[in-house]
Design a protein around this ligand. Sequence first.
Ligand code: ACO
Length: 465
Amino acid sequence: MNNATPTSRLTHRDQDLDLPFVEAVEGNSGISIAPLRKQTGDVTYDPGFMNTANTKSSITYIDGDEGILRYRGYPIEQLAEHSSYLEVAYLLINGELPTQGQLDNFVSSVERRTLLDERFKSLFDGFPRDAHPMAVMQAGVSALSTFYQDSLDPFDEDQVRLSSYRLLAKVPTMAAYAYRVSKGHALLYPDNQLSLIENFLRLTFGFPVEKYIADPVVVRALEQLLILHADHEQNCSASAVRLVGSAQANLFTSISAGIGALSGPAHGGANAAVMEMLDEISERNMDPKDFMERVKNKEDGIRLMGFGHRVYKNYDPRAKFVKKIADDVLERLGIHDERLDLAMQLEEIALKDDYFVERKLYPNVDFYTGIIYKAMGFPTQMFTVLFAIGRMPGWIAQWNEMIHDPETKIGRPRQIYTGSELREYAPMPERTGTTEIRLEQLQAELEAERRAQQERIAQERRQDH
Ligand code: ACO
């Protein structure tokens, strides 16, 4: 890589500027605009970072036009076909595929740390039954900083390694507990004779009084889905992890920010949104073509969830693989899900329709995952949680890269101010305007809050009986 060679000339307000050019191994190279403000007094403006690279990275490569995704140079298809979740975690975090000895050590370092401190039970029990499991998991990951104060120093490699094992091992346990608490089911202790994924399935679906035997097809399918979700370079949640980490916050705290970002429906929450969309179309007996017309007309701002991607302007390579897994799992479990037929119909319409073709909107990873998770027995609210378990190695790798990068500075974007110019403070009697409206609004908000609270109490009573 040939960094910081001044080869980009920019003319701005009649001034010629030579800006450092940062060359990529593959994909977009960059023009370093760091000196711009110093030289011109102006900043760049790029909402949503459509054109801004925040970092150099050697973890994941995506070619969105060609539909290519590679972790550390290895194509995602090969990893999903041949590798295991923990081997991929090792690869992402350490940069190379492990030898057998390295892998054995890594797997055992993770798999023996699945147990949560007993006090986590009361923490999880304290949340309302209908709490979203992503919120519960975010709180749980954040709480790891309180239980494991021996591994919080971001600059101590041994401590960071220990925190990484803890995250990989304990997050699936937390996910399972978040699910069981919402069901009012007893929490099981992990069984470390089992693999991480079998353990997670048992903790989620098992019963204290019976032996749980996981279906190997389901275990492998879940493993492949976790691999497909393991990293995706500088997406919203990875950027959140890096941004929080750039303030030297510890790994647990940084990753809990990533979980928050992932919960949004425009990001990881899309897999649940796809299911809700398919259910709504079925329940309302809507013709898929009519639904697509509503999407194209942007009625009520609806979108075809699970379609489109900031980076992929081609078929998401993960979506192709997911479709295959959906076929395998449904066949194995003997399930015929009409939602799969409906999703395929919507895809067929979209791929032939000018609206989607012109905007290069293709299925993303979330379009078919929900159907598989449903077949496995997960409720819709758990879909994004599964995504978060998968993404854990990527977040850890991104955070590590950030913390070791000598160019890392605290993430602190500039802004272009559009508010009032300087004005004098006005004493209360001199102010005119909207006091009554604000009071009415406040009363309406209080009333809505009171009703929501009553509804929640009533619901909890119903659940308790
Ligand atoms: N359905 C209908 N129209 C869409 C969709 C969609 N799913 N996605 C984008 N468009 C349209 C937009 O309305 C816009 O049209 P316009 O040019 O007429 O204004 C155009 O395509 C570009 O859309 P943007 O929102 O500017 O694209 P952006 O790159 O910002 O958004 C995003 C990407 C958020 C993923 C978007 O495609 C979307 O909302 N998809 C649905 C949600 C989803 O599936 N998210 C999961 C992403 S993958 C992941 O996080 C794992």
